[in-house]
Ligand binder design. Sequence first.
Ligand SMILES: Cc1cc2nc3c(=O)[nH]c(=O)nc-3n(C[C@H](O)[C@H](O)[C@H](O)COP(=O)(O)OP(=O)(O)OC[C@H]3O[C@@H](n4cnc5c(N)ncnc54)[C@H](O)[C@@H]3O)c2cc1C
Length: 458
Amino acid sequence: MTDLLVIGGGLAGSEAAFQAAQRGLRVQLFEMRPSMQTGAHQTHDLAELVCSNSLGSNLPDRASGVLKNEMRMLGSMLLECAEAASLPAGGALAVDRELFARLVTERIESHPNIEIIREEVKEIPYSPAIIASGPLTSPALSRSIAALSAEEHLFFFDAISPIVDADTINLQIAFRASRYGTGEQDEGDYINCPLNREEYYAFVEALLNAQRIELRSFEEAIKSGVKAGHFFEGCLPVEIIAERGIDSLAFGPMRPVGLRDPRSGRRPYAVVQLRQDNLAGSLYNLVGFQTNLKFPEQKRVLRLIPGLENAEFIRYGQMHRNTFIASPKLLRPTLQHIQRADLFFAGQITGVEGYMGNIATGLLAGINAARVHHHEEPIVLPQTTMLGALCHYVTHADLKDFQPMKANFGILPALESTSKLGKRERASAHAERALADLQLALSLIAPAAVPGVGANSA
Ligand SMILES: Cc1cc2nc3c(=O)[nH]c(=O)nc-3n(C[C@H](O)[C@H](O)[C@H](O)COP(=O)(O)OP(=O)(O)OC[C@H]3O[C@@H](n4cnc5c(N)ncnc54)[C@H](O)[C@@H]3O)c2cc1C
C-alpha cells in the first residue's frame, strides 16, 4: 500500500519524500534517471546539483541565510546533508556535490517508509502525489501537466528581465510616465530611462560585444524565439534582437513612442522602461530585457543606460529552458493544486527559483501532503517568513508577467518602521521577524507538522 507518490528525485522531491515519510506515510519516489536523462544531470544520484555547488549565503541577515534558518527550524534533511558535505566558502554554503548527493541518496534509500522506483512517470497520477519533476520535466509528463492546467498555463522557457533596487535608479535622469499618458497612476506607471542617439549606439555596441552565457543543446531554440510565458510568444534575448540590426532594439523593447523626456520636452531616441515588480514598489524590472549576458557583463553594460549608472541588481536577466506552471492560477499557498487537495507541486516547477528555495518548497509540500493524509489543515506559512513569502509570491503574482522568483527581501512585507534603518539593519530586522513569526506559527499548529513528531526512525 502506498500513501503518496513523489515524482522526481531531485532537490524538492527528495526533501518532500523524506518529510512525508518521517510523518508516517508510505512513499513511492519515482526518478527517471538513469534510464532517461534530462540533458543537464550527469549521474543517477538523487538531489544532483546540476550547475553551481553553492547553495547561497549562510549569513543570517541575507535572504538565502534567512531561508536556511527557517529550514533548520523546520527540520530540512537536505540542509543537514549540505552541512555535512560543506566546503570552505566564506559566508556561503558550498558543498562537495558528489558527497551531498550521496548523503541524500543514502538517507532516502535507507528510509523504511520510502521505496525508490527508477521509472519515468508519464501522467499525473489520480492518487495523492507531489510533482517535483523540475525545470527539465520529461516531455510526456509535461504534456500531462499541460492537459491538467490548459496548455497556456505551462511555460517552457524563462525569459527573465533584470530587476533593480528602486532606490538606486537616478530619477534626476529617469522619469516617470506611461506611453501617451495612459497609465493608472497620475505620474505614470513606468520609470523611463531616455537615451540619445550616441548613447543608444554606444549601448548597442557594448551589448553586442559583451560575453554571453553559452546556450546548452536543449536551449538552442532560444536563438530563433521561444514561447516563454503568457505574452512572450517568439520572445528573444536583447542581444539577439540587437544582432538583427543596429536599430532593431529602438523599434522593439527600447521604442520611445508616446514618451517625452520632461527635461527636453522631446521624444528620446530610445528608452528603457522599468516596471514596478512588487507591491512595495521597491523593485523594478527592465521591460523586455531578457538576456543571456554573463552576470558581471550585465552589470557593466546595463549601467551604461542613463539613470541606471549606479543601479543595484537584485536579480540578473536570464533565458533558459525551464518548465514551470502558472502557479498564480493553479496553486494555493499550501502548494496544493486549486482543484485537487491531494495533488501538490514543489521545486522549480512552481516558479520558485534557487536550490534552497526548491528544497524548501519540497519540504512544505511533504509536510502538507502528510497533513492532508492525516486529515489536518495544511499549513500556510506567514508571509513575513522567507518561505511563506516565496509561496505567496508564486501563488499571487500577476499572471501576465509571472516569472520565477528566488528568495529576496523585496518579496517580504515592509517592516513597520524602517525609515531610520540602514540596508543591513533592515535585513537583520526582516530576519528576526521571519524567525519569530515562524516559531509562533509552528507553536500554533498541530503536532504532526512539527519535524520529528510522529516520525518513524530514519
Ligand atoms: C542547466 C541548469 C542549471 C542550473 N543551475 C542552477 C544553479 O547554479 N543554482 C541554482 O540555484 N539553480 C540552478 N538551476 C535551477 C535548478 O534546476 C534548480 O534550482 C533545482 O535543481 C531544481 O530542483 P527541482 O527539485 O525542482 O528539480 P531537479 O533537481 O531538476 O529534480 C527533478 C528530477 O525529476 C526527474 N524527472 C523529470 N521528469 C520526470 C518524470 N517524468 N518521471 C520521473 N522523474 C522525472 C529528473 O530526472 C530530476 O532528477 C539550474 C537549472 C538548469 C536546468
